[in-house]
Design a protein around this ligand. Structure first.
Ligand code: ARG
Length: 575
């Protein structure tokens, strides 16, 4: 079993639950699981135990009486500073400022801001991006690239061994047509590959208008499949070019996918007959009207076709082969597919077949990390104004231009700095907008919203970070000394910082980047309040208090920086 490392927040909860359990046991009350929750309002303290009512029912006792008895016996000289009974029998718990200060001070110099490594590291395959070579990358691939990259970075940071797999679509009959078109254009061919969408359309026009061209295209399909060197070379050239386009997008986005991570559909070609054999031998597949089929959902539901009548293989066959490779050769413990929610049925079926056929061992976790569709303001799938599919590279360029407009007036920037800052903000905005909604919902693409200084945006976090840096510039001296919490906001802020590790753990288990963005939003909102009410550099602030507040600001900045880094978003020192 995989044991994630629990951080301070979970440790506090478990400690509190032990304390309450002990008190109950001393009073001869048998209580199995004591669940401690986060307090939902400031007046409820930091943590809360609301299981007394349930206990009271079992014991047929007055809940308030039990709660009072428990509270009376809790030691309030260390970690806990105050306990109170509230309502019909809630127990509210306040943590001690000194205790929290000690915890915070222990991570002041820690580059990982208190985040440990998982105890049993896993081998995790993250399948993401997966563009199709015949076509332009679309927003679905954008979402996959952004979410997948975050998941990979996050798991790596927590200590898993991550294997990135870019399952590009580089095989199929359409390549005959494309290669015929490429060859027909001779030297100009490569030039025209700039616009793949157009190239595909042009090839299709040629295919439809000329019988001769169509025949050559069909011949090419057969030739590529039978390993004809000349045709394979043209095909490679085509793939190389279109992959190059994707890599431009990766570079602009700051997505860490390289050629080494590409394991294209064609990689599995030679294994596909073997997959059919395995499924036939195990009587998992059956011949139905000449096609090899697996009836996963019962005889009356459409089957998964793994081999067509003409002998051709399908998307599902390739994925079964990829599963075999990943579980076998790559020895993955967990395989995550960051793919559009609309492929949910496909993955459900393929996963189920792979387990049934023992292509993938019992213990391997197979997860479809599904995400919704990107919508425009009218609620339709995201397109350009003229209705065409948007080119991602243009979208990203526009993000940077818009970011420039947003920040130009605020500061004197050199040309180079303006470019750097606008890139961080523009690209960060696109990524953050994508990561901050719960991934399975569809999301509304809005420039104004994503480039806003307020709200749950990248800019809000980047701005807070830059603001902290400006405090440090003004302070212009070393920050030495310790955190000494002595008010409500500092108390809350420090506790929030201590929740970072558990936030990352939760995000890694559930594969939910929005867990991280929500956390950052709460953290920064708290910091802004703290900063408004607790002057740091103002005259008259005692040196010790000043240092403590500077340290608390530094920890906040460290968490923002690390958190954004995991989301693939850069921070800047000045906005
Ligand atoms: N190329 C596919 C598409 O655009 C995505 C590939 C996802 N990965 C996989 N192993 N099926 O829909």
């Amino acid at each position: 079993m995989h044991h994630p490392t629990y951080g301070t927040h979970m440790k506090i909860k478990s400690q509190l639950s032990q304390i309450i359990k002990k008190v109950l046991e001393d009073a001869n009350i048998e209580a199995e699981d004591i669940v401690i929750s986060d307090a939902t309002k400031p007046e409820f303290g930091d943590y809360q135990f609301n299981g007394v009512m349930r206990l009271a029912k079992i014991l047929r006792k007055n809940p308030r009486q039990i709660a009072m008895d428990v509270v009376k016996h809790i030691d309030t000289t260390g970690m806990i500073t105050k306990v109170e009974v509230a309502g019909p029998g809630f127990i509210n718990i306040w943590l001690d400022n000194r205790w929290i200060s000690t915890q915070a001070n222990s991570i002041l110099e820690d580059k990982r801001v208190g985040v440990g490594l998982v105890e049993n590291s896993q081998k995790v395959v993250v399948d993401y991006s997966g563009p199709n070579m015949a076509k332009q990358m679309h927003v679905g691939h954008l979402r996959s690239s952004i979410i997948g990259d975050t998941l990979a970075t996050l798991l790596e940071f927590l200590g898993d061994e991550v294997i990135r797999q870019n399952h590009i679509g580089d095989w199929g009959t359409q390549f005959g047509m494309l290669i015929a078109h490429l060859e027909e254009q001779g030297a100009d061919g490569n030039q025209n590959l700039q616009d793949l969408e157009q190239f595909y359309k042009d090839a299709k026009v040629r295919f439809d208008e000329s019988e001769e061209f169509a025949n050559i295209a069909r011949e090419y399909v057969v030739k590529i499949q039978s390993g004809d060197e000349h045709c394979l070379n043209l095909w490679r050239q085509f793939i190389d070019k279109s992959l190059g386009h994707c890599e431009e997008v990766y570079a602009k986005l700051g997505v860490n996918l390289t050629r080494n991570d590409v394991r294209a559909e064609s990689f599995y070609n030679s294994e596909l007959p073997n997959i059919i054999k395995i499924l036939k031998d195990k009587n998992i597949s059956t011949n139905s009207n000449g096609a090899e089929c697996v009836f996963v959902d019962g005889e009356d539901k459409p089957p998964v076709i793994i081999q067509k009548r003409d002998g051709g293989f399908l998307y599902a066959t390739t994925d079964l082969s990829a599963l075999k490779f990943r579980a076998g050769e790559l020895e993955a413990d967990r395989i995550c597919y960051v793919v559009d929610a609309r492929q949910g049925q496909h993955f459900k079926q393929v996963f189920s077949i792979s387990k049934q056929a023992n292509i993938v061992g019992e213990s391997v976790a197979l997860e479809h990390i599904a995400f919704g569709t990107m919508m425009d303001r009218s609620g339709k799938p995201f397109k350009t104004r003229d209705g065409g599919t948007i080119k991602l590279i243009d979208l990203l360029d526009e993000a940077v231009i818009r970011a420039k407009e947003t920040i130009k007036k605020r500061n004197e920037y050199s040309e180079a700095e303006l470019n750097r800052v606008a890139t961080a903000i523009g690209i960060g905005a696109v990524k953050y907008a994508d990561l901050s909604i719960s991934r399975e919902s569809n999301y509304l693409f809005s420039w104004d919203k994503m480039l806003s200084f307020d709200g749950n945006t990248a800019l809000y976090m980047q701005y807070a970070y830059a603001r902290i840096q400006s405090i440090f510039r003004k302070h212009n001296a070393e920050i030495i000394g310790e955190i000494k919490i002595d008010d409500e906001l500092e108390h809350k802020l420090a506790l929030m910082i201590l929740k970072f590790e558990d936030t990352l753990t939760k995000a890694s288990i559930e594969a939910t980047p929005h867990t991280i963005t929500s956390y950052l939003y709460d953290l920064v909102t708290l910091f802004m309040k703290f900063y408004e009410q607790n002057p740091i550099l103002k005259d008259g602030v005692e040196k010790e208090v000043k240092m403590s507040r500077l340290q608390l600001s530094k920890l906040t900045a460290n968490v923002i920086e690390k958190g954004l880094d995991i989301l693939g978003i850069e921070v800047v020192d000045r906005i």
